[in-house]
Design a protein around this ligand. Structure first.
Ligand SMILES: [Zn+2]
Length: 461
């Protein structure tokens, strides 16, 4: 009896000790090995655990005709091929490769009865070419044949290795051994930017394309980017090609720079100068965004008013003036006390392919009740700067507040929108006098008229 209880308690303990699988299952993942799609058992899948693509090792190893043994007691996977052996332990960041210890970028884990290991491990330790297509959730694996003995290369240029390729904040960043300026070509139909890196190969990058194949970056948060793909375009001499394909944007507006070990292609200046879409009958699309709202009150004013109420009152006055403009299609991100997230506001404007985005706010300087004046923000794009300068001038004229200038700042709603986009800080709600002025109907009407005049001037209406 005592024994039974002990066994029972032990199993409870074991269940409690099982690792929690905080992974996000990537649905309908597929594995292609040497051109053949593997039939995955129902419980075996490719998973993404803290940004490591992990694959069920047993299925892959068995299909490669390796011997795979699972040691339940020690939670070990032993993979044998000839005199080559790999020993992996669940939960351990180290593996033993033919008795040498190597570090793993993520520990093997058990996911639905299958031991999964980082894709990178498979490429580095099993000599497979790997690629991960994030949009289609496909892992491609290819056995690398030993290269045939080649004649001594005539071109003895040192090979430059790429260690990382990322796309973040409208910038493609390529990290390399040595600074290099690629040869850049722009192509039309579709709009593409093609970068050729001479004498360059891939180092151990996260998502390394199989020889002769392409890999792509996840650019799902960047509406102006259709696709960024890269490949080893030439083998001898090595040459890496990276292609950025754009959505409804002109490829020629990029800027480029190199800094220690990095090549950076900046696409913030790429305007989605889309021909006005036919459904809007040639009207310009203007999105007015009353800042904050609903659960997000914004800042609190000197007399304890909420910023969200000021921004809505002003936005509704702009709406009244703009809604009967024959050449303008007006869209409000909100016209009541609700809170669309900033991402939703951005998406709305981008999906509409709007021409103008204006976000209305009231400023706050908690430590200086004397701070006052009007500030207008844009982010990098020339079109946004132009719109900001025009509206700012009209606001200063109309309200007579201090001129704090037109400024470049990385606020989400002006950074991630793809059209001329500005964020207005009309005045300081934390300043007693200025709050009083901002809350008055007369001044709100003046500010609304200034914003409308600025938008129309920018649009040439
Ligand atoms: Zn605000």
């Amino acid at each position: 009896m005592k024994n039974a209880i002990a066994v029972f308690l032990l199993s409870v303990l074991l269940v409690l000790l099982l690792p929690l699988h905080t992974h996000a299952a990537t649905n309908q993942t597929r594995i292609i090995l040497n051109g053949q799609e593997l039939s995955l058992p129902k419980d075996a899948e490719v998973v993404n655990i803290e940004n490591n693509i992990m694959i069920p090792i047993r299925i892959v190893a068995e299909n490669l005709k390796f011997n795979v043994a699972w040691d339940q007691a020690n939670q070990n996977v032993n993979i044998q091929e000839g005199d080559h052996s790999i020993l992996l332990t669940v939960g351990k960041n180290e593996a033993s490769i033919s008795n040498n210890i190597v570090r793993l970028n993520a520990a093997p884990q058990i996911v639905q009865n299958n031991v999964v290991v980082p894709l990178r491990f498979v490429s580095e330790q099993m000599g497979l070419g790997v690629a991960w297509n994030n949009s289609d959730k496909i892992v491609t694996l290819a056995s690398m044949k030993p290269a045939p003995p080649s004649p001594a290369p005539e071109n003895t240029t040192a090979i430059n290795l790429i260690h990382d390729i990322t796309y973040v904040n409208n910038q493609l960043i390529v990290s390399l051994d040595h600074e290099i300026n690629p040869v850049i070509t722009t192509l039309k139909n579709p709009e593409r930017i093609v970068m050729d890196f001479p004498a360059t190969d891939f180092g151990e990058i996260e998502n390394k394309p199989v020889a002769g194949a392409m890999a792509s970056l996840d650019t799902s948060g960047s509406p102006q980017i259709k696709d960024i793909r890269y490949s080893l375009y030439n083998n001898n001499p090595a040459q890496v090609r990276i292609v950025i394909e754009l959505n409804n944007a002109t490829a020629s507006n990029y800027t480029q720079q190199t800094s220690t070990g990095k090549f950076i292609l900046d696409l913030s200046m790429v305007n989605s100068s889309v021909p006005t879409s036919p459904i809007h009958n040639g009207k310009k699309i203007v999105v007015i965004d009353a800042g904050h709202g609903g659960t997000d009150p914004g800042t609190t004013s000197f007399t304890q008013n909420h910023e969200k109420d000021f921004t809505l009152a002003l936005a509704l006055k702009v709406q009244k003036l703009l809604q009967n403009e024959p050449n303008i299609e007006l869209i409000m991100t909100r016209d009541t006390d609700v809170y669309p997230t900033r991402s939703e506001r951005v998406k709305l404007a981008n999906d509409l392919k709007a021409d103008v985005f204006v976000s209305i706010h009231g400023n706050n300087a908690p430590l200086s009740s004397q701070a006052k004046g009007t500030e207008t923000y844009y982010y990098q794009r020339a079109s946004s700067k132009e719109l900001a300068t025009i509206i700012h001038g009209k606001l200063i004229q109309a309200l007579g507040f201090s001129d704090r200038g037109v400024k470049n700042e990385s606020f989400q709603v002006i950074r991630e929108t793809t059209m001329a986009a500005v964020l207005l800080e009309i005045g300081f709600l934390s300043n007693q006098e200025e709050e009083q002025a901002m809350m008055s109907e007369i001044n709100q009407n003046k500010a609304a008229q200034a914003i409308v005049d600025g938008i129309k001037e920018y649009l040439g209406l």
